[in-house]
Ligand binder design. Sequence first.
Ligand SMILES: Cc1c2[nH]c(c1CCC(=O)O)Cc1[nH]c(c(CCC(=O)O)c1C)Cc1[nH]c(c(CCC(=O)O)c1C)Cc1[nH]c(c(C)c1CCC(=O)O)C2
Length: 342
Amino acid sequence: MTKKILRALAGETLPTPPIWMMRQAGRYLPEYKATRAEAGDFLSLCYNPELATEVTLQPIRRYGFDAAILFADILLLPQALGADLWFVTGEGPRLSTITTDAEFDKLGQGEIIHDTLNPVYETVRRLSKELPSETTLIGFAGAPWTVATYMIAGRGTPDQGPAHALKAENRALFEKIIDRLTESTIDYLSEQVKAGAEVVKIFDSWAGSLQGEDFDRYALEPARIITSELKSRFPDLPVIAFPRQAGDKYIGFHKATGADCVAVDDSVTPEWAAEHVQVDGCVQGNLKSSHMVTGGQDLIDETRRVVKAFSKGPHIFNLGHGITPDADPENVQLMIDTIRNG
Ligand SMILES: Cc1c2[nH]c(c1CCC(=O)O)Cc1[nH]c(c(CCC(=O)O)c1C)Cc1[nH]c(c(CCC(=O)O)c1C)Cc1[nH]c(c(C)c1CCC(=O)O)C2
């Protein structure tokens, strides 16, 4: 096994950590903006295997990252289940809402999702042929809770209020949504793996708004079910879980879910995460993405700090959250040089 990401995921402590960035194919890159303009809009780009392959490869050509992440979006799955989905420029995603049993009953299930998602699998097949032999291909999906927050509210919300309200008012319906998403996510990720994804990552961006027992039932338990089912189908598949802003709930997340790697955001320090999370296995993270905007000596110092804090165990270098459109591509190079050259 020579790919550095796979070695770290298998628990090896490497002399320098492998590197990739969330949202590495994105609007901070001029070549991304050009291809997105060619596609017309974001969703057309996601469903165009030729152009989605191109934007996935762009940051690999420019920076030589150790991993490429499939270019797609966590909201394609609700669309494949039958929700309407569109993006409002400058604002973000919009979906038709699911807040009643009648709306839930109209959703599809099982194999039906592949009708919509086939172009995504085609992108994965192309990538697995075109990527350099040392680059790992990561597939992904949203975690059920995070995807449910968008399906219930019909948009992104600062506090996930509508999803929490449905959970309080109609727990049975809320749980049906979580269960349907859990099953479909397993099917979606399974097809990505069959098409060539070597690792999968589960993005639970809003895990931090689930408290106490709710966290265990709706963040941890779905991650455990998805991970164990995928591993029974594909015994060697490494899984990365990202329960963002989980705080103390990061502790024990590897063991409780079976994930090979837990990605940590920048609301915890790398020293804390090394002591409390990396003890159980590989961690990914967690440089603040604002350093990609501001650069300079702070970027160098904080990059070195993250590398040093995680140097005694398996680590994949990443940001704490996605790189933003106002980032400077030269700062990304500075981060990489700092990691690789010390
Ligand atoms: C919540 C969420 C979404 N999508 C995603 C999440 C979870 C991770 C996170 O917390 O960031 C995950 C995601 N979205 C995208 C990827 C591709 C892989 C990657 O580069 O990491 C991944 C893994 C592409 C994208 N997804 C989106 C973009 C920007 C689209 C563009 O080109 O305009 C990209 C590159 C759009 C998107 N998609 C979503 C939002 C809220 C937005 C923002 C709207 C905006 O910024 O204008 C839903």
